[in-house]
Write a protein that binds this ligand. Structure first.
Ligand SMILES: [Zn+2]
Length: 249
């Protein structure tokens, strides 16, 4: 199909998801934050992905590597949604920018400074912004799939805007974005664009349940996003059944 990614670059994605997407739409609820990033308690316990040269997935990912992987994940999301839109006769306009930040208030959305420990899709400026230190910390706790989940989720908010989807309850909007993130990952795994190491999804599920309880991480705030169980259920519905499971209409 003439896409340059079609094949498989040996690079970063060869081993799995290291890319992360941290975006947003998650501004809905509790943006309050707690301490800046803490090294995750499970940091040292995470086993490296077996298999290979997927060195970027070994839990020692640096901020620089994370940013690179995140941007790879963005490229995959752009191609994914471009193809999906094209399949239904529409043209897709990629999200304008993805902005990593490290300080509270460094990036603003609609006049409001973004807090630490979060990732959002800002519809006012059509961009995704993420606290890179927080994201790397969560990535280390949750596992390799987290980067794609984060990006896939925030990117999905931009897609919802493009499709004019607006639920009455934030939580529906959020769980749909989780489903869409699952479809984005699952479809790319099925097409061979992404490779998941064995155990990555189990690690992902367990990691989400573990970090979902930390009140200092607004991205996981139950009030606006759903419980960790609801979120993983939605994610896996999309992962296994693709977008048909996400109620995009
Ligand atoms: Zn969200």
């Amino acid at each position: 199909m003439g896409e340059k990614v079609g094949g498989r670059r040996p690079g970063p994605l060869a081993g799995l998801l290291v890319a992360v997407v941290v975006a947003a739409g998650c501004m809905g609820g509790g943006l309050d934050q707690g301490e800046p990033e803490q090294p995750g308690p499970r940091e040292s316990g995470r086993a490296a992905s077996p298999g290979a040269d997927s060195t970027r997935a070994d839990g020692t990912t640096s901020v620089a590597e994370f940013k690179q992987d995140f941007s790879d994940a963005v490229g995959i999301a752009e191609r994914y949604w471009t193809d999906r839109f094209r399949a239904s006769g529409k043209q897709f306009r990629p999200i304008r920018r993805v902005v990593p930040y490290t300080r509270s208030g460094e990036v603003s959305c609609g006049g409001e400074g973004l807090p630490r420990n979060n990732a959002v899709y800002c519809s006012a400026g059509d961009f995704i912004a993420y606290d890179v230190n927080w994201s790397v910390g969560a990535f280390r706790q949750v596992g390799d799939a987290f980067l794609f989940y984060l990006l896939g989720h925030e990117y999905a908010h931009g897609v919802q805007v493009r499709l004019g989807i607006r639920y009455n309850f934030t939580i529906q909007q959020e769980l749909q974005a989780d489903c869409m993130a699952g479809a984005y990952i699952g479809d790319n795994v099925r097409s061979g664009t992404l490779t998941l190491a064995e155990g990555d999804l189990d690690e992902f599920r367990e990691g989400l349940l573990a970090v979902g309880d930390d009140p200092n991480q607004p991205w996981f705030a139950e009030g606006s996003h759903g419980t960790a169980e609801q979120r993983t259920d939605s994610f896996f519905r999309g992962y296994e059944n693709s977008l048909d499971a996400c109620g995009l209409g």
